[in-house]
Design a protein around this ligand. Structure first.
Ligand code: ATP
Length: 233
């Protein structure tokens, strides 16, 4: 049994069909990268897993349980945390206060303030700084740290590199092995193929709401994934 099993989900925005019978598996302990161009359906898929959006068909199972009808706040309690696109942190709270807001008393586990600062040393130096005064990268790290404070078994990351300078993106991605080392499974959505292939164990490529490639990263080269990404195969 996989930690996450998405079976044949459809998603619609009015008349527009954003996902077409999509299947996806995430094994406990792995990092899966879902890649695809703008509008391929990546965010929609993450929202369906987090329970922010209700699929119009299909099933989402977490740890063997059908969670399709479970609302998003209850999925957090079950161990699914989403870091949405756009790093929404509390601008009037300090880094540390932002992190503490994410803590979930119902879910004990490996993540606490010390563990987050260990994963993101740049945050340790900024712990007292107010959210509104943080750089984009620091805000992104804070948003991820806050999600980790809920001790998720599955962390969903939506386009963490969007709008950040390459060197900052590297800082963020450098934390991923430290996150998985504590037993947290990661599903990351990325437009940046290079980053995705560097950090992931497996890659799944979407095109117009369908899977066009799914493989262990060790068994594909960048050209193959790029061809699928642009629909050239
Ligand atoms: P991006 O990188 O732009 O976030 P994506 O791969 O995450 O792309 P989605 O955001 O999941 O793609 O969008 C899939 C499709 O659904 C696109 O055609 C998009 O225009 C459409 N869509 C997404 N959100 C909405 C919405 N709130 N209302 C209407 N259509 C939407």
């Amino acid at each position: 049994m996989s930690l996450l099993e998405v079976d044949a989900i459809d998603a619609h925005y009015g008349e527009l069909r954003a996902l077409h019978g999509l299947d996806l598996r995430v094994e406990e302990g792995e990092t899966l990268a879902v890649v695809g161009a703008n509008g391929a359906g990546k965010s929609t898929l993450l929202k369906a897993v987090a329970g922010v959006l209700r699929p119009t068909a299909g099933q989402v199972r977490f740890d063997g349980r059908d969670v399709s009808a479970v609302p998003d706040h209850k999925r957090v309690r079950l161990g699914i945390s989403l870091v949405p696109e756009g790093r929404r942190i509390f601008r009037s709270l300090s880094v540390e206060e932002n992190l503490l807001v994410g803590g979930h008393p119902g879910r004990p586990g490996p993540w606490d303030l010390a563990a987050v600062y260990d994963a993101f040393p740049l945050l340790a130096d900024r712990r007292a700084r107010t959210g509104g005064y943080l750089s984009g990268g620091e805000q992104q790290a804070t948003a991820i740290g806050r999600a980790l404070m809920a001790n998720p078994r599955l962390l969903l990351l939506d386009e963490v590199s969007l709008g950040l300078a390459p060197v900052v993106v590297q800082d963020i991605y450098r934390a991923l092995p430290r996150i998985t080392a504590r037993g947290t499974t990661v599903l990351v959505v990325e437009q940046d193929l290079g980053q995705a292939l560097e950090v992931a164990d497996r890659v799944q490529c979407l095109l117009e709401g369908r899977t066009v490639l799914e493989a262990p990263v060790s068994q594909v080269d960048r050209e193959q994934v790029a061809a699928a990404y642009f629909g050239l195969e």
